[in-house]
Design a binder for this molecule. Structure first.
Ligand SMILES: Cc1cc2nc3c(=O)[nH]c(=O)nc-3n(C[C@H](O)[C@H](O)[C@H](O)COP(=O)(O)OP(=O)(O)OC[C@H]3O[C@@H](n4cnc5c(N)ncnc54)[C@H](O)[C@@H]3O)c2cc1C
Length: 497
């Protein structure tokens, strides 16, 4: 008898797990609490798809090289569908800073360095329509899962199915049987709680990034061209107390994100109103050409999302699975700060690894161990890097909040060397093609984070930059923009008008 594989959640990892398993000939059922996407185009999905199960749905998403190449290698026809819906492919030469524009010389591997630009609504809608055509995938909407069913066997529970929430029972029954349950229910998964009721307590690494992430969507005015991405003042940057970025999407749509440390209470308050958001953005030279009222108009209010964390759940301890026939994939298993744009890429990679593992063996213990080992190998370096980036972001934001220079917040020569090295690396990546290419491979998760630094040529260039002195390098790295005090003055003045 074919295995009854049930995936909970039809977000990015649920759909990609189903796709990858279906490609290998398995039958899959996907259960989803929300509505399917509405009929119509990307705008219809963006504005009118109630998507309460994925609270990040309307925040902009960057789709990095890792994800793009996985899609290209496995589902080239799906990519064509994305392009048809307006998604844009941005190749490496188009991502170069203006200082390197004329110095570009192609190298093998550059063809893997590309990103997709569009709204997440477009990705999800197109993905859904593509998956719906697969004969061996069944998607059931309005099935809100509310618990697990398990046999308590000698060493550990074995999952046998799922409980359906009371309001969905009439349509779907109280219980859904499953041989294998895959938790793809995202960042707010409740499986850890349900498993705890069975005595299963996965260890959890859980670090708060201490930020709030705000978004506002805009559309270019009729007849206005998109400002160049490689403008002198780049449309993404970090002023220490505020991080910001523009996410161009399809058909003149774009979003601006602003990220603030929790301690920036006044700024967080100011930015909640459309007027405050625009005022802050218009004071930053990199954002100004995008949000100027002659250029674009807002199409949404600003909205925020908190509880930004790095989380990793361990369902295998010392090589022993805590539960049989249960696998967590994507954000339900591990998540990183969305500022780095890694979640969809790591989720799709994870989904593909799980499909390989499930097809390689039918033994539940072997499957769990294999999945755990592969997850550690492939995703641990990305997770650890994200977590250490979060920690240095927190140190930096708090130092600036206390009115200190970053250097004085760094204790010990090792940390100070780290800051100087970081500045030299940023400057080298701006002016040197070889370093830029290496850094972009890391940013796009096409290699283990920082692997490009194992190359003597790259290191030689960075050390040469270090010899120029920190202030020159820091100037190349630091975008133009108001200081924190100037920004607070600006929002204070506006509140008195
Ligand atoms: C603000 C923000 C910005 C982000 N930006 C980026 C970015 O730029 N680039 C990037 O790559 N990643 C980004 N991410 C991360 C990315 O959104 C996630 O990594 C990705 O969506 C994970 O996919 P998933 O399938 O695991 O979870 P989701 O996509 O969240 O899907 C979970 C699904 O499970 C369903 N579900 C939940 N509970 C139940 C239940 N009980 N019963 C039935 N169904 C259920 C939900 O409705 C949903 O469809 C961002 C995240 C946030 C929070």
């Amino acid at each position: 008898m074919a295995e009854n594989i049930v995936v909970v959640g039809s977000g990015i990892s649920g759909m990609c797990t189903a796709l990858s398993l279906a490609k290998r000939g398995l039958e899959i059922t996907v259960l989803e609490r929300d509505d399917p996407p509405p009929e119509g185009d990307a705008d219809e999905a963006f504005f009118n798809w109630p998507r309460r199960g994925a609270s990040q749905f309307r925040h902009p998403h960057a789709f990095l090289g890792l994800m793009c190449n996985l899609l290209q290698d496995n589902y080239p026809d799906l990519l064509e569908d994305f392009y048809e819906a307006g998604a844009r492919r941005v190749p490496f030469p188009d991502m170069l800073p203006r200082e390197l524009e004329d110095k570009y010389v192609p190298e093998p591997g550059d063809e893997r360095l590309w990103v997709l630009m569009c709204r997440r609504a477009t990705i999800e809608t197109v993905l859904r329509r593509y998956v719906e055509k697969m004969p061996n995938i069944r998607i059931l909407n309005h099935v809100h899962i509310d618990g697990v069913i398990a046999d308590q066997e000698a060493d550990r529970p074995t999952i046998r199915g799922l409980k359906v929430r009371r309001d969905c029972i009439e349509a779907h029954g109280a219980e859904i049987a499953a041989d294998v349950v895959i938790d793809a229910s995202g960042r707010t998964t409740r499986f850890p709680r349900w498993l705890a009721e069975l005595g299963v307590k996965p260890e959890e690494e859980n670090d708060d990034a201490e930020i709030v992430y705000y978004t506002r969507h805009y559309k270019l005015n009729e007849g206005v061209e998109e400002p160049p991405r490689n403008a002198k003042d780049r449309p993404a940057g970090d002023l220490g107390y505020i991080k910001y970025g523009v996410f161009p999407a399809e058909n003149g749509n774009f979003a601006v994100i602003v990220c603030l440390h929790n301690c920036e209470v006044e700024l967080r308050e100011a930015i909640k109103s459309g007027e405050g958001f625009d005022r802050v953005c218009r004071s930053i030279p990199g954002l100004q050409p995008w949000v100027d009222e002659r250029q674009s108009h807002a199409v949404t209010h600003p909205f925020g999302i908190g509880d930004i964390r790095a989380v990793w759940r361990h369902y295998v301890k010392d090589g022993e699975p805590l539960v049989c026939n249960f696998f967590a994939v994507g954000d339900a298993a591990l998540r990183t700060n969305p500022l780095y744009g890694r979640g969809c890429s790591t989720s799709i990679l994870h989904a593909h690894m799980l499909a390989e593992v499930l097809c390689a063996s039918t033994d539940p213990i072997e499957r769990a161990r294999d999945f755990d080992t592969r997850t550690e190998e492939a995703l641990r370096p990305i997770f650890d890097t994200s977590r250490s980036e979060d920690r240095s972001g927190i140190r930096r934001a708090l130092a600036i909040h206390e009115g200190q220079l970053l250097e004085s917040a760094q204790k010990g020569w090792k940390n100070r060397f780290g800051v100087a090295f970081g500045d030299a690396l940023a400057a080298a990546a701006r002016y040197n093609l070889h370093v830029n290419r290496g850094m972009m491979r890391t940013v796009n998760l096409l290699e283990k984070p920082g692997e490009f630094l194992n190359d003597w040529r790259t290191n030689g260039i960075i050390f040469a930059y270090m010899l120029r002195g920190r202030s020159r390098n820091a100037a190349a790295r630091m975008p133009r923009g108001p200081t924190r005090d100037e920004m607070l003055g600006l929002i204070d003045a506006s509140s008195q008008v």
